[in-house]
Design a protein around this ligand. Sequence first.
Ligand code: NAP
Length: 329
Amino acid sequence: MQTFQVNGDGGPVVAPVERPVPVPSAGEVLVRVKASSLNARDLRIANGTYPVPTPPGRIPLSDGAGIVEAVGDGVSRFRVGDRVMSTFHPTWIYGAFPKWGELYGVQRDGWLTEYIAVDEQSVVGVPEHLSFEEAATLPCAALTAWSAVSGVGAGDVLLVQGSGGVSVFALQFARLAGARVLATTSSAEKARRLGALGASDVVDYVSTPEWGAQVRALTGGRGADLVVEIGGAGTISQSIAAITEGGRISLVGNLASGGGMDLTRFFQRGATLRAITVGSRSDFEQMNRVISRHQLRPVVDRVFPFDETPDAFSHFEKGSRFGKVVISH
Ligand SMILES: NC(=O)c1ccc[n+]([C@@H]2O[C@H](COP(=O)([O-])OP(=O)(O)OC[C@H]3O[C@@H](n4cnc5c(N)ncnc54)[C@H](OP(=O)(O)O)[C@@H]3O)[C@@H](O)[C@H]2O)c1
């Protein structure tokens, strides 16, 4: 079978390689992968800047969807022909975050491959209305957004940062819950598309670096109930400026460098900061029920054929995308 592996030699970030098709052990399903998707971490894993070292030769990607092609002894959750998706934390089934276990693309081979054999407990069924390409966007970005906006309801005001995978899903979920959503972005075209998805107001964070005050002004001086924090150290001071007293910040990413938090201002806001670690399988299944009920469709930026995988990584790196970058296997 064909796979792509992390190169680790300074050449293209991933390179094609042939591997034998795995045989499912007891309790495992063999999945014929039909699509996978890229997340910010995958680029960092592939170019060697992820905080946890990845050995050369590792198959990357946490997110994939496909068909169960064979089952090992004792498998009871799935049958041959079922459509399944990966889970980001293969061993976090339910409850509070246990601890970091083995992750795809880091300590174990991931989904950028034609076939993968995984524990039946580590995959979930695909919502019927979604294609494999759409389903492959859900395991990391969608579930992270779902966890980040948990508790948001009608009448709440949410702020999302940018138009990447997590932020667009957060916007979609918050709109489903009846919340008002404001967004920041870096171009007029992306602002238009965020508006089309239901953002009531969009602030350009490049031309308006003090966007926190702008968010408060746009909300009649009250501020946002919840900010989905993507930029981390580079944006959190503006997020604190943007939230209402007693508001919440869901800390998702740390992709913008900067000075970090003004703790005095944070105290003054009486705010809560919560770190998000994607979510459990049970959270994923609950999210999928809501996606099915509302027939929600992920926003796919572009689909690349499997043999053009290196181009998908280059496209992802450029930053012109809106939503998710997908590879069709
Ligand atoms: N904690 C978790 O569980 C978890 C899970 C998934 C991802 N993450 C992290 O969350 C972050 C986002 O992930 P993703 O998959 O959504 O990434 P992505 O698809 O690469 O999206 C990145 C987007 O962030 C926006 N952005 C960049 N700098 C910004 C700034 N200074 N202010 C506002 N927006 C800014 C840009 O939006 P525009 O193009 O619109 O400007 C960019 O498109 C990454 O750091 C990732 O590692 C964490």
